[in-house]
Design a protein around this ligand. Structure first.
Ligand code: CUA
Length: 350
């Protein structure tokens, strides 16, 4: 085969692979499964409104500057273009104009001053609101590459999915989220609910959200934190107060012990699973891997790379790298029988 032909074939293959990838991502989007696009222009929570307000001001000012500078540039190019009869000599050069220099010093200074003032006002509003004493407290710990979610007052731990009750004017229910990191810097960002806030090792941060509409809000880690940074999705489920109470009650329950899956539970408890994961009182309480006590109440596994379906769980246990390359969930080289039993056990953890 000639070199040219080989190169052409390779290009064609790459093109086909690209088209396939695009189609695959489109079909995933259609399922609403992962990487749901977030819209900062459609806020549904208190701090997000203020952030959008300031974004509009900055965008408007920048658009105005763009139009003014762009128009002047186009005018200058057109007005002083090369004309017939020009001798190719340089036009007269003018140095120094106090008026123009004053204008392009003072106007930008004023613009920057306005931006500083509006930013400071919004930042202060967002940072120091008066929280009610009974506000919901949540701790979120960033890990490579998943989120540990602790409800200290309710006494349980979950992962990758935060539930909070919806807020209304008559019944404001802000959720205060304490942010920490177990390893590297991460950033918590659910665009429709609030701004970004970093999770840093040895430096506790906090933020708050007060959503006014129920539903599922997707977010992502917004600070590059390693190979699977893009697959560190977070879901915030905003419930009605009743749904939230029911969810909390279920999370507080001890794990289900279905005798039909005793074999799978035995595998879970005797192999290395419990070195990283906890199910109720059993297993690692060090938060190295996600708590699985009520795994099946969540929407996803692997921080958004799969669904909590039997098929995805099986594949995850069989070959985690096939779903999330480079993740710290090891391939345990389980037999098909063990895989089936373990999957059956995990699917009972509701
Ligand atoms: Cu965690 Cu990026």
């Amino acid at each position: 085969m000639s070199l040219v032909r080989a190169v052409r074939l390779k290009t064609a293959r790459l093109l086909l692979a690209g088209i396939f990838l695009i189609l695959a991502s489109v079909s995933l989007g259609a399922e609403d499964r992962i990487h749901k696009v977030q819209n900062v222009f459609d806020p549904h929570s208190t701090p997000a409104h203020g952030i959008l307000g300031i974004a509009w001001i900055v965008l408007a000012i920048c658009a105005l500057i763009f139009v003014v500078v762009g128009s002047l540039l186009v005018y200058a190019i057109w007005r002083f273009r090369e004309k017939r009869g020009d001798q190719g000599t340089e036009p007269p050069q003018v140095y120094g104009s106090n008026q123009i220099e004053m204008a392009w010093t003072v106007i930008p200074l004023l613009i920057v001053l306005v931006l500083i003032l509006v930013t400071a006002r919004t930042t202060i509003e967002i940072d120091e609101p008066a929280f009610p004493a009974d506000a919901l407290q949540i701790q979120v710990v960033g890990h490579q590459w998943w989120w540990e979610v602790v409800y200290p007052e309710q006494g349980f731990i979950t992962a990758n999915e935060i539930h909070i009750p919806v807020s209304s004017e008559d019944d404001p229910r802000p959720a205060i989220i304490q942010l920490a990191s177990a390893d590297v810097a991460h950033s918590f960002w659910v665009p429709q609910l609030g701004g970004k806030r970093d999770l840093l090792p040895n430096h506790p941060n906090r933020m708050w959200i007060e959503p006014e509409q129920t539903g599922v809000y997707w977010g992502n880690c917004a600070e590059f934190c390693g190979t699977q940074h893009a697959n560190m999705l977070i879901r915030v489920v905003v419930d009605t107060p009743e749904e939230f109470e029911a969810w909390v009650l279920n999370q507080q329950r001890p794990p289900r012990e279905d005798p039909a899956v005793a074999g799978g539970r035995h595998i879970f408890e005797t192999m290395t699973c419990i070195n990283c994961h906890a199910v109720g009182e059993k297993g690692a309480q060090n938060g190295f891997g996600p708590d699985l006590t009520h795994l099946m109440t969540r929407g996803t596994i692997g921080a958004g790379v799969g669904e909590t379906s039997r098929d995805d769980l099986y594949q995850w246990l069989k070959d985690p790298d096939s779903m999330k390359p480079g993740c710290y969930m090891p391939d345990m080289k389980l037999s098909e029988r063990q895989l089936n039993k373990l999957t059956d056990y995990l699917t009972t953890l509701k």
